[in-house]
Design a protein around this ligand. Structure first.
Ligand SMILES: [Mn+2]
Length: 244
C-alpha cells in the first residue's frame, strides 16, 4: 500500500491543505484525492488550532469513502466523550473546538458531532496495515501489545508510556518508549511535539508541533520520506520536547 500519514493537525486546516497539495493531492472535489495513495491520520485532529471542525469534516469524508485511515488521539477521545454527553472538562484546547460548535446552529453542530462520533466509533485504537509492516498509533505502542486491545493498551496508545507522575508544571511524565523499541514493522506516531520528525529504529514521531508554530509533517510510506509545511501559528518553544 502507498499511504501518506499526517501528524497531529490540531485544527490547523490550512497547513493540512497545503501539505496535501504539496504531496500531489487534488482538492477540486472538495477533499484531497491522489490517484494511487491513501491518507493516514495519527489522531489529535482538533483543539487549540483555528479550524477543528473543517478538519473533522474532511477526515470524516475521506474515511467514509475509504480513502483514509484514522486512529484517535487523547484529544479525540476527550472530544468524543464530550460529543456523547459525558461531563468532561473543557480545557487543554477542547475549549476552541467547543467554541466552534457553539457558534453554529444546533442542527449544524449536531451534524459535526454525529460525524465525529461515527469516525471515532468506526476506527480502531491503532491500525495494523500492509501485512503488519505498518502500525499507526497516536502515542505509539509496545511491540508486545500489537494485536491486543485492553484498557492498558488504550491508555498507552492515547497518552504514551505515562508513569502516573507529573512534572513541576503539571504535565505528565512520559517514558521514552521508542528508545527501547526494536522491531521490524514501522510504528508511526505523534503526540509529543518535536522540532524534526524523530526516527529511532523503525519508529517515527511525526508530531512536529503544527499548532505550536512548528511544522505539519507527513510520512510517505513505503518510501519512508517526510514532507513538511511550516506552520502559520505563533512559535511556542517550551512545547517542543528535546531528547537527551
Ligand atoms: Mn496527543
Amino acid at each position: 500500500m502507498k499511504i501518506d500519514i499526517i501528524g497531529d493537525i490540531h485544527g490547523c486546516f490550512d497547513e493540512f491543505q497545503q501539505l496535501t497539495k504539496n504531496l500531489g493531492y487534488d482538492w477540486k472535489s472538495g477533499i484531497p484525492i491522489h490517484p494511487d495513495r491513501l491518507l493516514g491520520f495519527v489522531g489529535d485532529l482538533t483543539d487549540r488550532g483555528p479550524n477543528s471542525l473543517k478538519v473533522i469534516d474532511i477526515v470524516w469524508e475521506l474515511w467514509k469513502k475509504q480513502l483514509a485511515v484514522y486512529v484517535p488521539g487523547n484529544h479525540c477521545d476527550k472530544l468524543y466523550r464530550y460529543c456523547i454527553g459525558r461531563n468532561v472538562q473543557i480545557t487543554h484546547g477542547l475549549e476552541t473546538t467547543v467554541a466552534e460548535l457553539d457558534a453554529l446552529t444546533q442542527q449544524k453542530a449536531d451534524a459535526y458531532r454525529k460525524k465525529f462520533i461515527e469516525l471515532y466509533e468506526g476506527s480502531p485504537l491503532y491500525q495494523v496495515l500492509d501485512d503488519q509492516q505498518l502500525i499507526i498509533a497516536h502515542a505509539g505502542i509496545k511491540r508486545g501489545d500489537i494485536g491486543k486491545m485492553n484498557k492498558a493498551v488504550k491508555t498507552f496508545v492515547l497518552y504514551g508510556d505515562i508513569t502516573g507522575k507529573k512534572h513541576a508544571d503539571g504535565t505528565p511524565v512520559r517514558r521514552d518508549w521508542a528508545k527501547y523499541d526494536n522491531g521490524k514493522a514501522w510504528i508511526v506516531y505523534g503526540h509529543t511535539p518535536v522540532k524534526e520528525a524523530r526516527f529511532l529504529g523503525h519508529t517515527v514521531n511525526i508530531d512536529t508541533g503544527a499548532v505550536f508554530g512548528g511544522k505539519l509533517t507527513a510520512l510517505r510510506y513505503p518510501e519512508i520520506e517526510t514532507v513538511s509545511v511550516p506552520s502559520t501559528m505563533p512559535f511556542v518553544q517550551e512545547k517542543f520536547k528535546t531528547f537527551a
